[in-house]
Every structure is written in structure tokens, then in C-alpha cells.
Design a protein around this ligand. Structure first.
Ligand code: FE
Ligand code: FE
Ligand code: ZN
Length: 288
């Protein structure tokens, strides 16, 4: 099972610290932001201890494709209402793609954005235009559009939206999808029949475009379009279904990343990863 979680990236060890954190959870995958997700201030790559991180990954037999980068969620490529926001999206995304490459990672997860006061179609068209404005994508980098919950004016909560965006991109070999179980559940997909969800994904987008799975339970009912993550087994999806996702042979080679909430001031990832690896749900491990 290729399983990991969101990890921190902070001074003094930066990326090396991220890998250490992942190893402390017995993870063989990880995901991180290259800086605060809510702003665009970024450290120089040369300060981030890239080489040390890569060596630690290698020493533990974890391929660099299992280190996922998440673009900051302030990037909104679907915003047609404020051109300066869209412009910032392009500029920042371009830099983030190059950072992903310099780190040696492959998959960069990106929220397709929100149409704000425009409409869904305009949002989708704007996202296509903005993503096509990013010209310099190194060979090894793939932007993974994330399936969204559909809260507010988010686009990308139907597989069809992502298929339309992907079809509009000029560099299809540099784009793919990240599937978030909480988001698709909130968007109305029935995760319990995960094989049927994969069939649908395959029909609409193509399973070969799926590169990352975010494994989260959801605090809300199927179709609620809310986007509030819950710890495994503590939400409306349930542990049994999430285990079925994590162990499904059709997505065996795809990294699963936990983005479940911290419990008190403690990350739950070591416990959640152990529960998945052993297929043994133990709610007492998720108490404060
Ligand atoms: Fe995300
Ligand atoms: Fe996610
Ligand atoms: Zn979410």
C-alpha cells in the first residue's frame, strides 16, 4: 500500500524534515506545500535541503514520485472576475511548477478554482485559458487537477468538468487528476461502490490520468457539497469504504495521501496509516 499524509515543511530542516516526519508515520508517500498555503511567499529552493531530502527518500526506498507537492489554495485559475487574481495564478503556478521540478517531485496538485460571481462554464473556460498561459513545464512535472466538493462556486466537482479542462489543455502529457474521497463524496459520488466510481472516472476522464488519491473521511452527508474532512472511520464515508479505496488493486500504484484533521495538537497519521495497513479500525487510537 502506498500511503502517506500531508506533512509540514518548516525551518530548520525544511524538506528533509518533511521526509523525516513521513518516516515517523511509517509512510511511503507524503505531500507538502512549498510554503504557507494561504500566501505566495516562498523560500529559495537552495535553502530547502533538497539533496538531504532526496537522499533520505532513497535510503528508505521511497521513489521521488511519492513526494507530492500541493499548490497553495489561493491560486484561482477559474477567476474571470478579477483579472489580477488570474494573472497571479499564472505567475505563481509557473514558479511552483519549476519549484516542483527543482525539488525532484513529479506531481503538483492544483485546485481548479472557483468562478466567484461568473458562472460554471465561464469558470471552466477561464481555467483552461489560464492553465494554457503557463508555458514552461519541465518534462517530468504533471499538474494534477483535484476533484472538488462543489462548495460555493467551485468548479471541478463533476468528472465531466475536469475532462473538459483536460481536453482544452495544450500540453496534455503534463496534466492529470487527483481524486479526493471527501470531495467526491460531498459532490454526490457514492464512494462505497468505489469500483463503480472508478468505472465512471475511466469512462469520463480515463483512469490513466489518475495520479494521486486524497484519502479522507467526510463530516457531511453524500452530496452535501461542503468539504469538511474527518478522521478515518469518524465520518459519513466510514473506515470500511476507505480501506476498500486504499486497497483497490486498480489504484494500487497510486499514492494515497491523508489530509484528515489533527486531533487536539497531534497529527493522527501514524495511527491512521497503521489502521489501513492492518485493515483494523480502532477508534480509541483517534482520541485526544
Ligand atoms: Fe487539495
Ligand atoms: Fe484534497
Ligand atoms: Zn478538502
Amino acid at each position: 500500500m502506498i500511503i502517506g499524509s500531508h506533512v509540514q515543511m518548516k525551518a530548520p530542516l525544511f524538506l528533509e524534515g518533511s521526509v523525516k516526519e513521513a518516516l515517523s508515520y511509517n509512510a511511503n508517500a507524503l505531500m507538502l506545500y512549498t510554503g504557507a498555503p494561504q500566501n505566495t511567499r516562498r523560500r529559495e529552493i537552495s535553502d530547502m535541503r533538497v539533496k538531504e531530502a532526496q537522499e533520505l527518500m532513497k535510503a528508505n526506498g521511497i521513489p521521488m514520485e511519492h513526494m507530492i507537492i500541493h499548490a497553495p489554495y489561493i491560486i484561482n485559475p477559474a477567476n474571470s472576475v478579477k483579472p489580477e487574481v488570474a494573472e497571479l495564478a499564472v505567475e505563481f503556478l509557473q514558479k511552483e511548477i519549476l519549484r516542483t521540478h527543482e525539488i525532484g517531485a513529479r506531481y503538483l496538485v492544483l485546485h481548479p478554482g472557483s468562478y466567484t460571481t461568473a458562472d460554471l462554464d465561464t469558470g471552466i473556460e477561464t481555467a483552461i485559458r489560464q492553465l494554457n498561459a503557463v508555458k514552461d513545464i519541465p518534462d517530468d512535472v504533471v499538474i494534477c487537477l483535484e476533484t472538488m466538493a462543489g462548495k460555493g462556486s467551485e468548479i471541478g466537482f463533476r468528472f465531466e468538468h475536469l475532462a473538459r479542462i483536460l481536453a482544452g489543455l495544450e500540453q496534455p502529457e503534463h496534466s492529470g487528476v487527483c481524486l479526493d474521497t471527501c470531495h467526491i463524496h460531498d459532490a454526490g459520488y457514492h464512494v462505497e461502490d468505489f469500483d463503480a466510481v472508478l468505472d465512471e472516472f475511466d469512462k469520463v476522464i480515463g483512469l490513466s490520468r489518475l495520479h494521486v488519491i486524497h484519502l479522507n473521511d467526510s463530516k457531511n452527508k453524500e452530496g452535501a457539497r461542503k468539504d469538511r474532512h474527518a478522521n478515518l472511520g469518524q465520518g459519513e464515508i466510514g473506515f470500511e469504504t476507505l480501506y476498500k479505496v486504499a486497497s483497490n488493486p486498480r489504484v494500487e500504484k497510486i499514492p494515497k495521501i491523508l489530509e484528515t484533521p489533527w486531533i487536539g495538537n497531534k497529527p493522527p497519521y501514524k495511527e491512521e496509516i497503521a489502521m489501513l495497513r492492518e485493515n483494523r479500525y480502532d477508534p480509541s487510537l483517534l482520541k485526544e
